[in-house]
Design a protein around this ligand. Structure first.
Ligand code: BGC
Length: 922
């Protein structure tokens, strides 16, 4: 009765609000983004997708309509004149993936936009704060600039002694501006990686641009607004072009110049004057160039910097460049120029060392306390010509010296020659290392901690999630997954940041991607990388094992490997599921179907035996050998299932049926070949059981038996895992879903070998490549392959978010528009909580045990709903914020299921409390 009265009041109130002119709702549209980016400049998507996040403090708040205005200038936007696009009031609850449908957008177009929304009662909000995007250069002939280079003989790509390339060229040009400038824009790219300077200062925080693509096919350019950097009168623009991925060493083949040997620059500076006229400064033969203080710089080998060769003021108009040489014009590449539309690589954090030791006289070792990717900033004061050498390592050996054997051919050495003029700061320009320890040799005097600062560098995707619980070891494990991601998402998802490898290995990427989406917003990052994956597909349809590919014949057979190539299907599927992105499916549909045809053609009997190139099996499993044909066939079935689902999503009904049939047929073939009568899986490995169960390949009636065999296997190993890269990601999720959350927790909390906890007991601050990277009995594993920063086993992160804290996608609905909160409060933890910034806003789920009760704090973002599972031993007495949960606003009781009361909950913040019997815990 009370509820009805309340609802009645609300309805009347809502009606009153809706009808009173000028009333505004508290619902707000904020965090406007375009193609997943905040105010991006120079994009080349002609129908970019817009999104916003809704903010409200009212329970059950929703968006019922929106109006987007896109204007060509700020004035029009202020007057609510959408001269490019005005949607008018659109009845819709969508707040993301809304493609622009206004006037055709042209090169350089400026688009200012804002949005207002109508709430659940039909009351309108204020307009959001304005946001903006600009278009890049869409046509080839928008580029008036020529490619310029330094006139010198390229050095061979395969030097005997792993010598680095020649000194990076420095380019400059002066020009005069004689009228007030309204706006100035730089469009820039290089073959190599550049640093842009204007009037004495570096421009932009981005490093390592243009980022890694198959430079034979596409080269990304970036757009910068440089208006405030310019001045009336004489100006100077300059750039340094290092080797980077284009011409430096890549991988283990001792090979430089994988895409070319001559670094070159393309720059176009467009100046719009207040009076409506304009001027364009481009790279052409009037530019001058020189070598400078960077003697050499290479991603794998490191940088040699001689401060005595600094050219003070080289990037200012006053500088006398008589000694500089004229540049040469070089051929335009065959590759297309495309805008970069993912977050740039940036320096995101400084780390102060925790300790300094002196294992050898005059040799100091700085410990950052954290394994990172990036570089060290050196601060020193000494005589001119003092040579300071920095070497980098992830671990120390038994004598306290740095352990570098596992870097293989990567020299990872930075050298700095001081110029002898007071305190000098050195930071390398075109290299990065994977390290926790920095060895400093040649330091003048005795260094203090401020002599070295760790600089953390990675693709600057926005942080998205966080997890915390009552167990410090598990918290460390969680942190290690985030550090694994930060250390390896550097333009592309790499395997490791330290040794001579650092490639975009697809198996690692697909197994970790779900964890990655929780830790950071990786929508733009993977949108870009999927293009690299498609660029790397063979003509026959094979996806590569790593993307981008390298121009090296011997590496061409690295394609088609099960669980690696399959990333070409799993990545678009995951980006669709997490962000509701259907565009990525449509864009790569052709490539995905080619891949499916390619596998089918080679394996007409529906068992994936034909290996093209490699088959890595369950890579780095421990004391277990899962059949490679089993892994291949399971992944193939999984691909077919995902293709069927994705076809449905983009309205390809016929193909949805076809792929479902293929899935069913592979499933039958799989069961014949690998599933035994009592639910055993051939080979009887953990990974065999896990893939069979996760990919729905076991007959329904045998599933629980297979799960029993899996648990038996774990038990026989003294409750230890044996999974490699492929199996580890499915281990705890499958155990939990099959009713063995207790076993999953046991594996989580284990710290004996092999386990996640074992590495943490040995001081791991990142995820190791191998379970036995270092053991008490054997010490270091074979240095030929022993990275201490390889995120693949960090796939456990997904389980922490989805099952421990309980934030999970709805099985049908993508993008967290409607989702689940379903925690499994397992034995060994007293509380756990996670926060996650979904594309619909912040989701929180936390639980805490004590006094025979469980308390759950839950936040559901506006315009979304969730099914919340409250673990309980007495469903009738659950309260929400002190009231009976069943009567609580925004909460609807559904049913009791497996020891949990299930509620449908609308947006808002809730506190559920329930009786909880500790003994019933999994
Ligand atoms: C890499 C892996 C990769 C593997 C292929 C290794 O060298 O470091 O992470 O997935 O090769 O099995």
């Amino acid at each position: 009765m009370k509820v009805w009265t309340m609802a009645g009041v609300l309805i009347v109130l809502g009606f009153a609000l809706a009808c009173s002119p000028g009333e505004r709702t508290e619902l707000k549209a904020a965090q406007l983004r375009c193609e997943y980016l905040k105010n991006p400049l120079g994009i080349d998507v002609t129908r970019p997708r817009l999104s916003w996040v809704l903010e409200s403090t009212v329970r059950g708040q929703k968006q019922t309509a929106h109006r987007i205005i896109v204007a060509s200038d700020e004035e029009n936007l202020n007057k609510n004149k959408g001269d490019l696009w005005d949607t008018g009031k659109v009845k819709s609850d969508r707040s993301n993936q809304i493609a622009y449908e206004g006037k055709t957008l042209h090169s350089r177009q400026r688009c200012y936009w804002k949005v207002c929304v109508w709430d659940k009662d039909g009351v309108k909000s204020d307009f959001s704060a304005p946001s903006c995007w600009t278009m890049g250069l869409l046509e080839d002939d928008d580029w008036k600039a020529s490619w310029i280079a330094m006139d010198r003989k390229p050095i061979s790509g395969k030097p005997k002694d792993l010598a680095p390339g020649p000194p990076p060229p420095w380019f400059r040009k002066t020009f005069a501006l004689d009228k007030p400038v309204k706006r100035a824009t730089v469009y820039i790219t290089a073959r190599g990686i550049y640093r842009l300077h204007i009037n004495g200062k570096p421009k932009g925080e981005d490093v390592f641009a243009p980022e890694w693509t198959d430079y034979n096919k596409r080269i990304q350019y970036r757009t910068y607004d440089v208006t405030s950097a310019l001045t009336h009168g004489n100006n100077a623009v300059g750039a340094i072009v290092g080797d980077g991925w284009y011409s430096g060493y890549l991988g283990w083949r001792k090979q430089r110049g994988n895409y070319g040997l001559q670094n070159s620059l393309l720059l176009q500076l467009e100046v719009d004057y207040e009076d409506g006229t304009s001027q364009t400064i481009v790279t052409d033969d009037s530019w001058r160039c020189s070598e400078g203080p960077i003697v050499s710089s290479d991603l794998l080998m490191g940088e040699y910097y001689d401060a005595r060769k600094e050219m003070q003021g080289w990037d200012t108009a006053k500088y006398d460049d008589k000694a500089w040489a004229p540049v040469i014009l070089v051929e335009k590449p065959q590759a297309i120029l495309v805008a970069q539309t993912s977050e740039p690589v940036r320096l995101t954090e400084y780390i102060t060392p925790v300790n300094i030791t002196e294992p050898k006289k005059g040799v100091y070792v700085f410990d950052l306390g954290q394994n990172i990717a990036g570089w060290a900033k050196l601060k020193a004061q000494g005589k001119a010509g003092t040579k300071i050498t920095l070497r980098f390592a992830e671990r120390l050996d038994s004598t306290g010296n740095i352990y570098t054997a596992n870097l293989r051919q990567a020299k990872a050495t930075d050298t700095c020659m001081l110029k002898g003029q007071g305190i000098e700061i050195f930071e390398p320009h075109f290299t990065f290392h994977g390290f926790q320890y920095v060895e400093v040799e040649g330091f003048p005097g005795i260094p203090t901690k401020d002599a070295i600062t760790g600089c953390v560098v990675h693709s600057a995707s926005p942080p998205a999630g966080n997890f915390k619980c009552s167990n410090p070891m598990v918290n460390k494990l969680f942190e290690n997954t985030t550090w694994g991601q930060r250390g390896n998402y550097i333009s592309i998802p790499t395997d490791c940041p330290q040794r001579d490898e650092r490639l975009g290995w697809m198996g690692d990427a697909q197994i970790f991607i779900r964890t990655a989406t929780f830790n950071m917003d990786v929508a733009a990052f993977f949108t870009k990388w999927m293009v690299d994956v498609e660029d790397a597909q063979s003509e026959e349809g094979a996806f590569p094992d790593f993307a981008p590919r390298l121009k090296d014949k011997a590496l061409m057979r690295f394609e088609g490997a099960p669980a690696w190539g399959d990333a070409g299907i799993i990545v678009p599927w995951t980006i669709y599921r997490v962000y509701g992105d259907t565009h990525i499916i449509e864009k790569h549909w052709g490539a995905m179907t080619k891949w499916m045809d390619f596998i089918l053609e080679a394996n007409p009997d529906l068992i994936r035996r034909k290996k093209v190139g490699n088959n890595y099996g369950d890579w780095l499993s421990i004391r277990a050998n899962t059949l490679k044909t089993l892994i291949g066939t399971a992944y193939w079935a999984y691909d077919a299932k995902l293709m069927s689902l994705m076809a449905g999503v983009i309205g390809r009904e016929k193909e949805a049926n076809q792929y479902d049939k293929i899935f069913q047929n592979i499933r039958v073939a799989f069961q014949k070949a690998f599933v035994r009568a009592e639910g055993q899986i051939r080979g009887a490995t953990q990974t065999g059981y896990l893939l069979s169960l996760a990919m729905d390949l076991v007959p329904e009636e045998l599933r629980s038996k297979s799960a029993e065999h899996l648990v038996e296997n774990i038990k026989k190993r003294g409750w230890h895992l044996s999974t490699g890269f492929v199996g580890a990601g499915y281990l705890n999720p499958v155990l939990t879903q099959m009713g063995y959350a207790d076993v999953a927790y046991r594996l989580l909390l284990n710290d004996t070998f092999p386990s996640w906890g074992y590495s943490i007991k040995q001081g791991a601050t990142t995820i190791w490549e191998r379970w036995d990277g270092w053991t008490e009995e054997k010490g270091f594993q074979n240095p030929g392959m022993n990275s201490f920063n390889h995120y693949a086993f960090g796939s456990i992160g997904e389980w922490l978010y989805r099952f421990v804290a309980g934030i999970d996608l709805d099985p049908e609905i993508p993008g967290y528009k409607h989702f689940r909160i379903k925690p499994f409060p397992g034995r060994g933890l007293e509380f756990a909580e996670a926060e996650y910034n979904s594309i619909h806003g912040k989701i929180i789920s936390g639980w805490k045990l004590g006094g025979g009760k469980i308390t759950m704090n839950v936040t559901i973002p506006p315009n979304t709903t969730a099914i919340v599972f409250v673990p309980t031993s007495d469903a009738s007495k659950i309260t929400e914020s002190g009231n009976s949960a069943a009567d609580s606003e925004g909460v609807k009781f559904f049913r009791v299921e497996n020891g949990a009361a299930v509620f449908k909950v609308s947006s808002g913040t809730y506190t559920f409390t329930s009786a909880f019997n500790n003994r019933e815990r999994p």
